[in-house]
Design a protein around this ligand. Structure first.
Ligand SMILES: CC(C)(COP(=O)(O)OP(=O)(O)OC[C@H]1O[C@@H](n2cnc3c(N)ncnc32)[C@H](O)[C@@H]1OP(=O)(O)O)[C@@H](O)C(=O)NCCC(=O)NCCS
Length: 307
C-alpha cells in the first residue's frame, strides 16, 4: 500500500474529503461534523506543525506537534480495510517523520478492542482516559446561574474586549492544570495566543461564544468558550472551560457554562447537541458537566508511544 504525504494547507479538496470520509467512518460520535467544517479544520490551525498521510482511500494519519512536547497522532483505517497492515504502514510514516523532527514521544487515542490491540502491539503505553459527553440543549433544564457576591457574568462573540484580554488570557492559561497524557506540555498561553486562536476560529468559519465571570476589580475568574458554525448547525462543541486556581470552589465554572448554554439555546434555535471531552480524572469539570446535563458517550484511552 502506497503511503502519500500531504500538506493539508495546500492539498486538494478531493484529498481532504477522502480524509473526512475515513474520519467519519471511524468516529464514535454521530452525526460526524460536516465536510465543510472538516476542510476548515484540516486547512487552518493556530500553532505548531501538522502532517497528514493517506493510504489510498482506505486509511489516514496525522501528526500534530506543538512545542515544547505536545504531540498528538490520529491513525484511522476504514473498518472494511483493517488487518491488512495499513495501520502499520501509516504508523511507520508517522514515526519516521516524528524522529526526523526530533520528537521524543506522541500520544493517540483508542476506544475499542482493535485500537487497544494495535497500540499494545506497537509498544505504546496507555495513559489517562478521556470521556466524551454530550448535552441535548432542547431537553435539559438549565437553571439560572447564581454568582457569589461581587461577581458578574459577561458574554461576547468573536474577539475578547481589549480591556479584558490580559485577564482573560490568564484565565485561559488556567487550563494548563488540566491533566495531559505523558505529562506533555504546551507553550504558556498569553494574550497574543488568544488573538491567534480567535483568528483561527474566524478563518474556520466558526463563531466563538465566550462567557466569563468577572470580579469587582475586573479580574476574569472563569471562562467558557463554545464554538458553532453558521446555521443550520445542529452540533456545537465546547472549546475550553477553566477557573483561576484562587477562584475555584465558588461555582464559577457552573455559572459560566449555564449562562453560555442558556444564551446558545435562546439565540441559536438550530443547535441541538453540545459535545465536550474531559480527562476522566478531572472530577471537578465532570461534576459541573453532569450537573448541567451532559451524559457520557464514549471513553477514549490515550496511549503514548516513546520514540
Ligand atoms: C487501530 C487501527 C488504525 C489499526 O489499523 P489496521 O490497518 O487494521 O492495523 P494492522 O493491520 O496494521 O494491524 C497491526 C497489528 O495490530 C494488532 N491488531 C490490529 N487490529 C486488531 C484487532 N481487531 N484485534 C486484535 N489485534 C489487532 C494485530 O497485532 C495486528 O497484526 P496482525 O494482523 O498481524 O495480527 C484501526 O483498527 C482503526 O482505525 N481503529 C480506529 C481508530 C483507532 O483506534 N486509532 C488509534 C490506534 S492507537
Amino acid at each position: 500500500m502506497e503511503i502519500r504525504e500531504l500538506d493539508s494547507r495546500t492539498a486538494s479538496d478531493e484529498d481532504l474529503l477522502t480524509i473526512h470520509r475515513i474520519e467519519a467512518a471511524c468516529a464514535h460520535e454521530q452525526p460526524f461534523r460536516s465536510p465543510e467544517l472538516s476542510l476548515a479544520y484540516y486547512r487552518v490551525w493556530t500553532d505548531g506543525d501538522r502532517r497528514w498521510w493517506l493510504a489510498g482511500e482506505l486509511g489516514a494519519a496525522v501528526l500534530m506537534s506543538m512545542p515544547p512536547s505536545f504531540n498528538q497522532v490520529q491513525l484511522m483505517v476504514l473498518p472494511a480495510a483493517r488487518r491488512r497492515g495499513i495501520g502499520t504502514a501509516l504508523l511507520a510514516s508517522v514515526v519516521a517523520s516524528a524522529r526526523e523532527q526530533g520528537l521524543q514521544s506522541f500520544f493517540a487515542h483508542h476506544s475499542d478492542e482493535a485500537g487497544a490491540a494495535f497500540a499494545r502491539r506497537v509498544g505504546a503505553v496507555d495513559d489517562q482516559r478521556e470521556v466524551r459527553s454530550k448535552l441535548r440543549l432542547r431537553e435539559v433544564e438549565l437553571r439560572e446561574p447564581l454568582l457569589p457576591v461581587g461577581w458578574r457574568l459577561q458574554t461576547w462573540t468573536g474577539a475578547a474586549p481589549e480591556e479584558l484580554i490580559d485577564s482573560y488570557a490568564r484565565a485561559r492559561a488556567a487550563i494548563d492544570d488540566a491533566p495531559t497524557p505523558g505529562d506533555m506540555s504546551l507553550e504558556p498561553i498569553d494574550a497574543a495566543w488568544v488573538r491567534r486562536m480567535e483568528q483561527t476560529a474566524v478563518a474556520r468559519g466558526r463563531e466563538s461564544r465566550v462567557t466569563v465571570a468577572v470580579d469587582a476589580e475586573g479580574v476574569v475568574g472563569s471562562f467558557t468558550d463554545v464554538r458553532v458554525s453558521p446555521p443550520p448547525s445542529p452540533v456545537s462543541t465546547t472549546d475550553d472551560t477553566a477557573t483561576l486556581v484562587e477562584a475555584r470552589g465558588l461555582g464559577l465554572a457552573f455559572a459560566v457554562k449555564a449562562e453560555s448554554l442558556r444564551r446558545l439555546r435562546d439565540e441559536r434555535p438550530d443547535v441541538e447537541v453540545i459535545r465536550t471531552m474531559n480527562a476522566e480524572q478531572n472530577v471537578a469539570m465532570r461534576a459541573v458537566n453532569t450537573k448541567l446535563g451532559f451524559v457520557p458517550v464514549v471513553i477514549e484511552t490515550t496511549t503514548v508511544l516513546s520514540l
